[in-house]
Design a binder for this molecule. Structure first.
Ligand code: NAD
Ligand code: DAU
Length: 336
């Protein structure tokens, strides 16, 4: 694992990027990290605060900024791209920013990596594969057709395709990973699990979309970080790897687990209107990652991971409270 001395982590002040930076600092102390982040509403420098200054540096900027990339990319051995607009409901309300960050931004990063011959790993989502029926025995594999449903996932699919085209046409050394829903500390309060936990902590009722039977395939964010590291350092160039930890659960089951862990009644929540185009079920077959790279998730116990996540939000009110009111205001406008 000694091949990268200095990596650039774009979007490293967001949920998964910051957890990845923390993972690298902990697990690969010899690796230097430069974080490039635009600090949108979703980016928070506090997410990487307190890390050793000689190991982690923050550059505030946009992955669409060609001149800035020309300055930071050449000094690095590899780029790991977490930067994106990531919220499905926001993409439905206002798709423009998603095209810029998730399509143009990826093109700019690819161009910079091409110009300076730097290795790129691009972090993407299982949502590019669309959805599965609840009773379908199938799971997504790397060969599943690309069939995105939302403005968010269609821009992520476009980004993934740009990466493949730059590998084939220009010989850029790049890989892609597509992961299912992550959970853990530092996740924005707009996302499902933190929204429900913080609603309960604020004395608000949790909100469940539609019939609550939609299924997501949950993975702890630290398991995502270890998988990304394996793909970055040992993955085959040009290849796509699905990341998942066999964590399929319906939304209502997850919500009831949160209510139970927080000592609330199982029916102490509101049903709200459904998300337009709401994907029914995601399910990941991560056999390639397990077989080729020997990766294994470490956080197999979802109930325990959820309890730890609840405790983190209980103990970090000052981290999430500033974003909570505006987030709920946005949801109220959408009737959700
Ligand atoms: P997030 O919304 O928490 O963080 C995104 C970060 O990117 C923020 O820090 C933001 O400031 C930064 N950013 C946005 N646009 C930028 C730009 N133009 N230039 C520089 N920085 C910019 O997102 P997340 O949930 O941590 O997701 C990270 C990546 O993982 C995304 O690419 C997302 O598509 C992918 N992904 C997320 C999940 C999940 O469950 N959250 C699952 C699979 C894949
Ligand atoms: O699958 C990976 C994807 O997971 C990532 O690519 C996205 O960036 C990430 O946001 C996430 O997308 P989802 O749409 O699955 O996540 P979200 O947290 O928005 O919602 C999870 C499920 O919970 C979904 O079925 C919608 C539902 N939901 C969500 C919220 C916020 C509710 O029922 N109530 C809510 O309040």
């Amino acid at each position: 694992h000694g091949e990268f001395a200095h990596i650039l982590v774009t979007g490293g002040c967001g949920f998964m990027g910051s957890n990845f930076v923390r993972w690298v600092v902990r697990e690969r102390p010899g690796v230097r990290v430069t974080v490039l982040d635009k600090l949108t509403y979703a980016g928070n420098p506090a997410n990487i605060a307190g890390l050793p200054e000689d190991q982690v540096e923050l550059v505030v900027g946009d992955i669409c900024d060609e001149a800035l990339l020309g300055a930071v990319v050449p000094g690095c051995d590899a780029v790991v791209n977490f930067a994106a607009e990531t919220d499905v409901d926001r993409s439905i309300a206002e798709p423009g920013p998603f095209l810029r960050a998730n399509v143009e931004g990826v093109m700019r990063l690819l161009e910079a990596c091409r110009a300076h011959d730097v290795r790129l790993h691009h972090v993407s989502t299982d949502e590019v594969y669309g959805d599965l029926a609840l009773d379908d025995p199938a799971r997504f594999t790397e060969e599943s057709p690309c069939r995105p449903s939302s403005p968010y996932s269609s821009t992520k699919a476009a980004g993934d395709m740009l990466v493949r085209a730059w590998v084939r046409t220009y010989g850029v050394r790049a890989t892609v990973s597509n992961c299912s829903n992550n959970y853990g500390p530092y996740q924005h309060v707009e996302k499902f699990i933190p929204r429900q936990i913080t609603n309960i902590l604020c004395g608000e009722r949790p909100k469940l979309y539609g019939d609550g039977l939609n299924v997501r395939d949950w993975i702890h964010v630290d398991d995502h970080s270890s998988a990304v590291w394996e793909v970055l350092t040992r993955g085959r160039i040009g290849e796509t790897y699905l990341i998942g930890a066999d964590g399929e659960r319906s939304n209502i089951d997850v919500l009831r687990a949160i209510l139970e862990a927080m000592g609330r009644d199982a029916d102490d929540f509101d049903w709200v209107r459904d998300r337009p185009g709401h994907d029914r079920r995601y399910a990941i077959d991560a056999s390639r990652l397990r077989r080729e790279l020997g990766w294994e998730p470490k956080h197999a116990d979802f109930a325990q991971g959820l309890r730890e996540t609840i405790r983190w939000y209980e103990e970090h009110r000052a981290w999430w409270e500033p974003a909570k009111r505006a987030t709920e205001e946005k949801y109220r406008e959408m009737g959700m």
